[in-house]
Design a protein around this ligand. Structure first.
Ligand SMILES: O=C(O)C(=O)C[C@]1(C(=O)O)C=C[C@@H](O)C=C1
Length: 170
């Protein structure tokens, strides 16, 4: 069964709180997979993605952070969710006994994703000065990622997804 989305444990460093939200969103990907698996509903929903990206571009502008950079960050989060979903679909197809037995409501899950978007935007604002092209940013990102992997006990699939999610952070 997919892990229930829970607040991630506190990852280390100045990018820790942002990374915790990123991990929380990855685990919502488990819920999305459970909502779609066996229904014929495709993992990719380009219209929903465009709506999410348009929304964050607009809100980024209002928050005083770069709209295109913010959209790129969310594109990475969406791609990471798809890494999780594809991996779980493959796992559940190969091992039907591991497939979820209850199907969550995608509409409810999307409300959770929308709530996470607001919190992620707040953290993008808070970390904006730290997210430059510096070595210090990369060290902070690595510190946060490594601690999240350990504290949240991320398996190989979620570790890969986390790498995708943090790809353009610095
Ligand atoms: O809402 C969905 O259907 C999801 O699969 C979640 C999500 C996302 O991460 O926001 C990921 C892939 C889809 O293409 C659209 C959105």
């Amino acid at each position: 069964a997919p892990r229930q989305p829970a607040p991630a444990a506190a990852a280390a460093g100045r990018l820790g709180p942002l990374t915790d939200l990123v991990v929380e969103r990855l685990f919502v990907g488990d819920e999305v997979a459970a909502a779609k698996f066996g229904t014929g509903k495709p993992i990719d929903d380009p219209a929903r993605e465009e709506q999410e990206l348009a929304e964050v571009r607009e809100r980024a502008g209002a928050l005083g952070i770069d709209p295109e950079r913010t959209a790129r960050f969310f594109r990475d989060q969406i791609e990471a969710s798809k890494v999780v979903q594809r991996g779980l679909f493959a796992r559940w197809t190969a091992h039907p006994g591991e497939a979820p037995t209850t199907r969550p409501d995608l509409a409810v899950i999307r409300e959770e994703l929308d709530a996470l978007t607001t919190r992620l935007l707040d953290q993008l604002v808070a970390t904006e000065p730290a997210r430059d092209a510096s070595i210090a940013c990369r060290v902070s990102a690595a510190e946060a990622a490594v601690s999240a992997v350990v504290l949240d006990r991320l398996d190989a699939l979620h570790r890969n997804a986390l790498r995708t999610a943090l790809h353009s952070l610095c």
